[in-house]
Each structure stands twice: as structure tokens, then as C-alpha cells.
Design a protein around this ligand. Structure first.
Ligand code: DDH
Length: 291
């Protein structure tokens, strides 16, 4: 067991959990990034509800939201880390795991500060339906992400996380990776989004996505098609989004810098700090429960 506050020791143990030869593309990194994002992405600026404080996915109301299907796998992968460092809160662990995974997969350093609480504040619980629906378009993206306080540039930068991982038929219903190397953080997602010919495809489960298969690949060497969600495609059909897709496709460093800023901002939603960065603790101010 490490000393309370030794976040470097926690980081090391998260790194040790990343390599998973029998899981997906061999890494838990992408699903850690998604866990961090979904833990924070329920935030609503207007009512100051949702966000990573409280680690609500431990409970059915949030953990059982169909939008969070599959994230129990990420939480289970992180359980040995929690056991070794019982002093860290789940809300800090899940957000830190996303930051560590981005870095280990070749991405930028994302600023991360500790101090989230696992205290569940009833008055801050987010209703379901706060996370984006991949079947929709640009208006929906703005509705969801403006609610968290993001602008168009930040929406596109955040969407670049789809360089990582894949859709799973038994989780979201979508199927396949966005890029050829889905465990390497890069700006490839933007380049492929712009440059490949994406074909509307209806999967056997009725889910509609956009696929690309290399037409020149010999029939016996056909690779798994790449995919885009309808929401990913909407970044092309909206001129304000398209501007940033092009910039990030052209300039990897700009994308890395903007992604680091916006991912860091996402993980801070709803966390109140003083000017030294220490969390202003509001536990027990309102009646809450911990079960
Ligand atoms: Fe995402 N995402 N995401 N996403 N996401 C999925 C997978 C991953 C949307 C829908 C889906 C972000 C934004 C959006 C990651 C990170 C981020 C899947 C497939 C769907 C569906 C899940 C499954 O079947 O396992 C939609 C819609 C949006 C949007 O509207 C913009 C953001 C902002 C992030 C982020 O991290 C900043 C990652 C990583 C994955 C891959 C997970 C995995 O297990 O692999």
C-alpha cells in the first residue's frame, strides 16, 4: 500500500493495468479514456450538477445507463489499483486513469489535479440522457457540449479522442475502430475523416454507421472496415466544425495542445478549487448519502 497522496505510485499501477493481450486491441487505454470522459461528461453548467465528483457510475442510476455500457470493464481493470491505494477516491482514480492512458498511448501530457470526492450529493445527481447520442448530428453535439460550457473548437478537439478504441456491438451497437492503430494517440482520425470515402452502412443489428474498406486489398486479406459514427460525420457537414477538423488534420501539434487543454478542462467540470488549486470541500454541507 502506498502513502496517502503518492499519485506517482498510482500512475505506475495504472500503467501496469494498461497491457491486456487478450482484450480488444491489446490495451485497456481506450476504455480508460472513455471512463474518464463519461464520468465527467454529465456536467451541466446551469444547474451545477453532474461531473466526476461522486463517482456515480458505482451505482445503478448512472452505471446502468445504456450510454455507459461496457465501462464496468474499465472499472474492474482499475479495481486492483484501488486495492493497492485505498486512499485515492474513485473519482480521482477514474479521471487520472484517462490522463495516464492518453500519455502512455503517445498522446500529450494532460494537466490533472486530485481532490475529487466520492461523496454522493443527492442534489448534484445527473439525470440520464446527458451523454451524446451517436445517431444524431451537429445540433445535438452543440446542445450536449454547450451545456458543459464548451465551444465549437473544443467539441472538435474532444472528438479527436476517437483516434482511440472501437465500437462494440454488445455495448453501443456500433462496430469497429476509427483508425488502423486504435491504441496510438494521433491526429489520424481527422485525416481519415476528411480523406476517405465513407459509405453509409446498416449493421445486422439495424445500427447505422459509416464504413470504409480498402478497395485494393486482395479478397483474402480483407481487413476489418474502419468506421465513423453519424456524429463524427456531422463534423464534416457543419462549416464551423469543419474548419477545426481541417486544422487538426494538418497540424498534429496543434491538436495535441488543444486536446490536452480541453481534456483537462473536461475532467475539472464541477470541481471547485481555491486559487492554490486545493479543492473546496462541500461534503456534508447538503444532506447526501454514501452507500
Ligand atoms: Fe466516444 N464513443 N463519443 N468520445 N469514445 C465510443 C467510444 C469511445 C460518442 C460515442 C461513442 C467522445 C465523444 C463521443 C471515446 C472517447 C470519447 C463509442 C463506442 C460510441 C458510440 C462505445 C462502445 O461500443 O464500446 C459520441 C456520440 C461522442 C460525441 O458526441 C462527441 C469524447 C468527447 C471522448 C473523450 O474521451 C474526450 C473512446 C476513447 C472510445 C473507445 C472506447 C473503447 O472501449 O474502445
Amino acid at each position: 500500500m502506498s502513502q496517502s497522496g503518492d499519485y506517482d505510485a498510482v500512475r505506475k499501477d495504472i500503467v501496469a493495468q494498461l497491457k491486456k493481450p487478450d482484450y480488444d486491441d491489446g490495451s485497456a487505454g481506450p476504455v480508460f479514456v472513455r471512463l474518464a470522459w463519461h464520468s465527467a461528461g454529465t456536467y451541466d453548467v446551469a444547474s451545477d450538477t453532474g461531473g466526476s465528483n461522486g463517482a456515480g457510475m458505482r451505482y445503478e442510476a448512472e452505471g446502468g445507463d445504456p450510454a455507459n455500457a461496457g465501462l464496468q470493464v474499465a472499472r474492474a481493470f482499475l479495481e486492483p489499483v484501488k486495492e493497492r491505494h485505498p486512499w485515492i477516491t474513485y473519482s480521482d482514480l477514474w479521471t487520472l486513469a484517462g490522463v495516464v492512458a492518453v500519455k502512455e498511448m503517445g498522446g500529450p501530457d494532460v494537466k490533472w489535479l486530485p481532490g475529487r470526492t466520492d461523496f454522493v450529493d443527492d442534489s448534484k445527481l445527473p439525470p440520464r440522457g446527458r451523454l451524446p447520442d451517436a445517431a444524431q448530428g451537429a445540433d445535438h453535439l452543440r446542445h450536449i457540449f454547450y451545456r458543459m460550457g464548451f465551444n465549437d473548437q473544443e467539441i472538435v478537439a474532444l472528438s479527436g479522442a476517437h483516434n482511440l478504441g472501437r465500437g462494440h456491438k454488445d455495448r453501443s451497437g456500433f462496430d469497429g475502430p476509427w483508425v488502423n492503430n486504435p491504441t496510438r494517440f494521433s491526429n489520424q482520425y481527422f485525416r481519415l475523416l476528411l480523406n476517405l470515402e465513407w459509405k453509409p452502412t446498416t449493421l445486422s443489428n439495424g445500427v447505422k454507421q459509416f464504413n470504409y474498406s480498402d478497395p485494393d486489398a486482395p479478397a483474402d486479406e480483407k481487413e476489418e472496415p474502419l468506421m465513423m459514427l453519424p456524429t463524427d460525420m456531422s463534423l464534416l457537414s457543419d462549416s464551423s466544425f469543419l474548419l477545426w477538423v481541417k486544422k487538426y488534420a494538418d497540424d498534429k501539434d496543434l491538436f495535441f495542445q488543444h486536446f490536452a487543454d480541453v481534456f483537462g478542462k473536461l475532467l475539472e467540470l464541477g470541481i471547485k478549487r481555491d486559487d492554490k488549486g486545493s479543492v473546496i470541500n462541500t461534503d456534508n454541507v447538503r444532506g447526501g448519502y454514501v452507500s
